[in-house]
Design a protein around this ligand. Structure first.
Ligand code: SAM
Length: 348
């Protein structure tokens, strides 16, 4: 059972009154803490070999003889890999009861002498020593959208030695206007109705929704060049740097139908190695994150648009995004929403 304190929103819905009010914030129920305390989301992450391999290769290069802390160790996979790659000691820090599985895996690998799983908020726990490496898989589909950065920064300040290494070392975000055939099909009932019922007044319910794991948004579905959203150097990033506001002008590279702003991240894992869920990269459980724009828009090659996308953290593992689109002959449409944890149907 999770403690009641974990389920409360530590910031609360009144702290950021300018943000749209969301039922998740109003109830204080934290779906992401719940999700990370259960196995399905971890099964998906463990099956994502592109993800795990990227970390394993980085740890293979860097961990030998080093003291490592693993922020948000989940099932302990990265802590165990670090130990197997020669780390001298590893502290696996995990907030949720999934830590029980991590302890079990550590026992099974007879690594109790090297790997210690510590249950608690990684930004608050005390460790017996400073570490050489702080490794963490903290990224949502748009990296910053699960709002781990503030706690990670606190953990870095408390526990990483001067000159110590962060894995990943850097995280960048990108976005482009895109076609999403599944989203377009899903929008049909809102805008065309059926059985004589006009549902268009409810369409905003679908548009103010952040959609995870859009594997169908491949490189050919992008209608504008990728625009850079943020660039975080994890060695020096501050908690507030994870909030961003982007506004960009772009031109359609071909005729098509825009149904969303698609977003993804790129993480530098050291020595030129990159972990990314970009549309052209090998499949990961993240897919792309899509921000719907309401009724899909037919666009012509060369047509110009302005789009905005911003994200703000508002508590433990929660962030809210706002986005808009306007363009030649298109008056501004604005939206906002927050992600809820979902499964990654297009992954396998
Ligand atoms: C994306 S998962 C990664 C799990 C594991 N490292 C892996 O690679 O499979 C992130 C984990 O961080 C944990 N987490 C998030 N915020 C935390 C915090 N402040 N302190 C400790 N754990 C945290 C979550 O509960 C979740 O298990």
């Amino acid at each position: 059972m999770l403690s009641k304190d974990l389920l409360k929103d530590p910031v609360g819905s009144t702290a950021r009154d300018s943000l749209p009010r969301l039922s998740i914030a109003e109830t204080g129920f934290n779906e992401r803490v719940q999700a990370y305390g259960a196995t399905p989301i971890h099964r998906e992450m463990l099956r994502d070999k592109v993800r795990v391999n990227a970390y394993a290769h980085a740890l293979e290069r860097l961990a030998a003889g080093k003291v490592v802390a693993d922020f948000g160790c989940g099932t302990g996979i990265l802590s165990i890999i670090a130990a197997l790659k020669g780390a001298s000691r590893v502290y696996g820090l995990e907030l949720t009861p999934i830590a029980d599985l991590a302890k079990e895996l550590v026992r099974q690998h007879e690594l109790e002498g090297k790997v210690q799983i510590i249950v608690g908020d990684a930004s608050q726990v005390s460790l017996p020593e400073k570490v050489d490496i702080l490794v963490s898989e903290w990224m949502g589909g748009l990296a910053v959208d699960e709002n781990f950065v503030p706690a990670l920064v606190q953990c870095r300040k408390a526990h990483l030695k001067d000159g110590g290494l962060m894995i990943p070392a850097r995280a960048k975000g990108f976005a482009a206007l895109a076609e999403d055939p599944l989203l377009e099909a899903g929008m049909d009932c809102w805008f065309n109705g059926y059985h004589g019922v006009d549902l268009s007044s409810l369409a905003h319910l679908h548009s103010n929704e952040v959609l995870n794991a859009r594997h169908e948004i491949t490189a050919e579905r992008l209608l504008t060049p990728p625009a850079p959203l943020f660039d975080l150097d994890m060695q020096i990033v501050e908690a507030s740097d994870a909030d961003f506001e982007f506004q960009g002008v772009c031109k359609a590279v071909r005729d098509g139908t825009v149904s969303c702003i698609a977003a993804w991240f790129e993480c530098d894992m050291g020595e030129g190695s990159v972990l990314t869920n970009a549309p052209w990269a090998p499949k990961t459980h993240w897919g792309r994150t899509a921000f719907p724009i309401g009724k899909p828009l037919r666009v012509r090659e060369g047509q110009q648009f302005v789009f905005t996308l911003s994200s703000r953290g508002f508590g433990l593992m929660k962030a809210v995004q706002t986005w808009s689109i306007a363009g030649d002959d298109i008056s501004q449409r604005s939206f906002s929403g927050a992600q809820v944890p979902t499964h990654s149907p297009g992954f396998h």
